[in-house]
Design a protein around this ligand. Sequence first.
Ligand code: NAD
Length: 335
Amino acid sequence: MEKKTYEFSIYIGRFQPFHLGHLESIKFALKYSKKLIIILGGAYSSPSPRGPWNIAQRIEMINSCLSETEKNKIYFVGIRDRLYCEEKWIQNVQGEVFKITNSVRNIAIIGHQKDASSYYLKIFPQWEFLETGNFKSINATDIRNLLFLKNDFLKISKYVPKPILKYLTKYAKSNDYNLLKRKFKYIEKNRNKLRRDSVTNALIFCNQYILLLMSKEPLKKDLYSLPEVDYLDREFENNSLENLQNEVTIDIDKEHLSMSYVSSDFFNYSERFPLGKQLSKTYLFMIKSDNLPLISAAKNSLKVMWVLLDDLPFFQDKMYADHYQIIQKFNKNFY
Ligand code: NAD
């Protein structure tokens, strides 16, 4: 029996990078729907081993594989991940789709249920789910490993459309590539040597400012992060200041800092740390003071700074792992 056709279909993905499996899915979508909305996840995140390319780069890659007729049927939407606020992510996806489709109801969501991480394909009951099937078991993680660890363009050419091979060949000559390549090598060398399954971070807030730093840790290189204070299983009251002082020297006495403690929360998105499962317990300190306490970089960091909360969006694409999203989870405390 012929499949029904739809006004719109929706295709959600990271496309890091866009490969032949993704291209097949676009062809599938355009066979069963008049128009296609491609939702690119991870918008405004900093370049990372799981997501080297920003929205503009990914759209350029996808467009380079499409004909003019195909391009005229496609809308692109970049959506931020909200790892600790699923409800907002769903509302954001629905809102952006509605802006394009308006009152049209005849909509499908397409994709391949490859594993548990594909759960999102079934959380939009208003859109009919169409399974695309798996195309030759191609997988973006393998392609990234071939690119950053092996530089094996011959193998990559079996998994990506020709324009993507060209794009990646050029990208492999860039500074961005070299920076991430060092992180890939570090991950490869240290993968099964995870020293601890949890870390403790401090979110220090004072007069509408938040304390951020640039750490010397290889995976955090060139990115802003929250200070790390202690192991989870110790009492932070006893150790926080000493450990904090590995990364930042802050001109505030221990008692004042302890009294500024407000609350803590766990952050356990499974892919948050590339060497293995490692959760963060983050403590929020809200310091009451007429002036911002003086700060300076300590032995484990290159730079520390007070950043105005309102300016934080400008730091979004330069923040390490999920630290931007951790700050957002505490947002209700700040206003
Ligand atoms: P992806 O690029 O890995 O895959 C995109 C789609 O292509 C998926 O349906 C996948 O199954 C399919 N696919 C992959 N290889 C295929 C092949 N060989 N043949 C056929 N199909 C193939 O992207 P993804 O990780 O599934 O993307 C989901 C995005 O949505 C991510 O950016 C994620 O962060 C985001 N998301 C965010 C939240 C949140 O922030 N709360 C929640 C859910 C999803």
